[in-house]
Ligand binder design. Structure first.
Ligand SMILES: [Zn+2]
Length: 192
C-alpha cells in the first residue's frame, strides 16, 4: 500500500467543488479520510447558518437555473466534540499502526495478526491485533511471540481519536485545493 504525499495546487477544482469541513476551532473535522462535503451540502449548510464560509472557489458553478460560487472551505458554527476513543475498525487499526508491519517495520502487503493467537484464546481487540506484513504473519502463524521468537515495536492499545487524527495527518489525499492548505499540516517526512 503506498500513499502519495505530493499534492496538486490547482484552482480549477477537479475535485468536483468539494468543501473542506472544519470544526468550529478551524481544525479539520477529520484528516483521514479528509472531511469533505459536496458543494450542494456545503451550500445548504451555509444557507441554514450551520457553517461559515471561509473560502470560495474562484470559478462559478453554472447550470440552467443557478450560477453560484461554491464554498471551498466551511467551518461549523458549533464545535463538535470528537469522540474520545477511536472505533475498532480495520481501517483505524491500520491507521494506528501507520500502515506499517509492527514486527519488521515493513510496508509491504499488510494483513492483521493476533498477537495472542485466537486458538490460544486471543481476542480480536485493540490490545491484541496489529498490522503485520504477509511474511511476518506467515512466520508467526499460530505461535505466541515467544514461540515465534518475534517482538513488537510497541505494545498495541486503543488509540484516542486525537492520536488517530495525528496519524491521519501523515497520509494526505491526492488532491488538495489551495484554500485548504492553511488548515492542513501534513507531515511529509514519511517520504524520505
Ligand atoms: Zn513484517
Amino acid at each position: 500500500m503506498s500513499f502519495r504525499t505530493g499534492f496538486v495546487r490547482d484552482l480549477s477544482a477537479p475535485n468536483g467543488y468539494s468543501a473542506l469541513v472544519l470544526n468550529a476551532d478551524y481544525r479539520p473535522l477529520s484528516y483521514y479520510p479528509l472531511s469533505l462535503w459536496s458543494w450542494q451540502d456545503a451550500i445548504k449548510a451555509a444557507y441554514l447558518n450551520r457553517v461559515d464560509v471561509v473560502y470560495e472557489y474562484d470559478r462559478l458553478i453554472r447550470s440552467p437555473s443557478i450560477s453560484i460560487r461554491a464554498p471551498s472551505v466551511v467551518a461549523l458554527r458549533t464545535y463538535v466534540r470528537p469522540v474520545d476513543l477511536a472505533a475498532f475498525t480495520r481501517f483505524n487499526l491500520f491507521l494506528r499502526d501507520e500502515f506499517t508491519c509492527q514486527y519488521c517495520g515493513g510496508r509491504g502487503e499488510l494483513t492483521f495478526d493476533h498477537v495472542v493467537p485466537r486458538a490460544r484464546g486471543g481476542k480480536t481487540e485493540w490490545s491484541n491485533v496489529v498490522a503485520a506484513c504477509a511474511t511476518c504473519n506467515l512466520r508467526k502463524g499460530a505461535k505466541t511471540l515467544e514461540e515465534a521468537e518475534m517482538s513488537l515495536g510497541r505494545l498495541p492499545r486503543q488509540p484516542t481519536s486525537e492520536e488517530l487524527r495525528n496519524a491521519g495527518r501523515r497520509f494526505p489525499p491526492n488532491y488538495l485545493h489551495e484554500t485548504w492548505l492553511d488548515f492542513l499540516y501534513w507531515d511529509v517526512e514519511l517520504e524520505s
